[in-house]
Design a protein around this ligand. Structure first.
Ligand code: ZN
Length: 188
C-alpha cells in the first residue's frame, strides 16, 4: 500500500466549505432468535418478556440474559405481559424542524411499567391525551395496530422497549392515578 501525497492545490488555511448532501442507506439486520420470539408475539398481539428466575425482573423485549444475575434466560422464562400499565416517567419533545421532522407540535414520549407480571416499554406515544395532561402515575392501555397492518420492520436487536409497528400508542384508561410509592421500587 502506498500513502497518497497531500494535494498541494488545497490551501490548508482556506475557510471550511460546507455543502448539503442527503444520502440514504439501506441495510438489513438479522434478528436474533430471542428478539424474533418477541416480534412474532407482537404480530400476534402479545407482548413477550423474560422473567429472571433469580431476581424476578421482567425484561421486554427479552434479552436472553439477566445482566444483574449474569444468568441466561430462555423460552422457559417467557412470560406474556399485560398491555396495560402506568406512566413512570415521560419527556415532552418540542420538535425542531430539521430535515425529515414531521411533527410540528410538542408531544410526549412515556415509559410504561406494565401491570403484573411487569416489564417496561420506553419511548411510547400517548394518544388522545393533551401533552400537558401527561403525568406520572397515569394508567394507560395499548392501542394495537390492526393485525393485518402490523409490521416489525422497525424493531432490531437493539430496539429495547420498542413495539413500533404493532402498538400505535397508549391511551388513558380513565382509572385513578397510581401513587408513585406503589411502583418506585419496580422501576429500573
Ligand atoms: Zn436476575
Amino acid at each position: 500500500m502506498s500513502a497518497s501525497l497531500p494535494d498541494e492545490t488545497i490551501d490548508p488555511n482556506a475557510p471550511v466549505a460546507n455543502m448539503d448532501y442527503f444520502m440514504a442507506l439501506e441495510f438489513k439486520e438479522t434478528i436474533c432468535p430471542v428478539v424474533q420470539r418477541y416480534t412474532d408475539g407482537l404480530l400476534a398481539g402479545k407482548i413477550i418478556g423474560h422473567r429472571c428466575s433469580q431476581c424476578g425482573l421482567v425484561y421486554v423485549p427479552p434479552r436472553g440474559y439477566c445482566p444483574i444475575d449474569v444468568l441466561e434466560t430462555t423460552e422457559e422464562d417467557e412470560v406474556e405481559l399485560a398491555d396495560r400499565g402506568i406512566v413512570t416517567n415521560y419527556t415532552v419533545v418540542t420538535p425542531v424542524q430539521y430535515y425529515g421532522q414531521e411533527a410540528t407540535e410538542p408531544f410526549a414520549k412515556v415509559s410504561v411499567l406494565l401491570d403484573e407480571p411487569g416489564g417496561m416499554l420506553s419511548l411510547q406515544d400517548v394518544l388522545e391525551v393533551p401533552v400537558e395532561q401527561v403525568r406520572i402515575g397515569m394508567r394507560l392501555e395499548a392501542v394495537w395496530v390492526p393485525e393485518s397492518d402490523r409490521t416489525v420492520e422497525e424493531i432490531g436487536n437493539r430496539s429495547w422497549g420498542s413495539a413500533d409497528g404493532c402498538i400505535l400508542g397508549w391511551r388513558a384508561t380513565g382509572e385513578p392515578d397510581v401513587p408513585p410509592d406503589q411502583f418506585n421500587d419496580r422501576v429500573f
